[in-house]
Design a protein around this ligand. Structure first.
Ligand code: FES
Length: 102
């Protein structure tokens, strides 16, 4: 199901914290594309919005592990992948898709 989240994209490489129901998410604008992911690091549940976006990855500020913005894959072996959400823009409004099983 698609949820309206913002009416303008975050600044390049900035991370906007958004809430959709019980989901705490981050929307980021990297190289002109929008990416959305869970705001909890899969390693130890730290807020990823305290980290930064660089080289196509979001880097967690607690232990420095990175997660790919496209695949969600972790830089660290044995750490779960980041949960990603699809994003679309319609008439300048940004939507995120959240499925009940996510
Ligand atoms: S909590 Fe994010 S890398 Fe450890």
């Amino acid at each position: 199901m698609w949820f309206k989240v913002l009416e303008k994209p975050p600044e390049p490489n900035a991370m906007a914290e958004i809430s959709v129901g019980d989901n705490q998410l981050v929307l980021t604008n990297y190289n002109g594309k929008l990416y959305c992911f869970n705001n909890r690091c899969p390693h130890e549940d730290f807020q990823l919005s305290f980290g930064c976006v660089q080289k196509g990855k979001v880097k967690c500020s607690l232990h420095g592990f990175s997660f790919d913005l496209v695949s969600g894959e972790s830089s660290e072996e044995g750490v779960e992948s980041l949960n990603l959400f699809r994003v679309k823009i319609e008439k300048d409004v940004i939507y995120v898709e959240i499925n009940p099983d996510q």
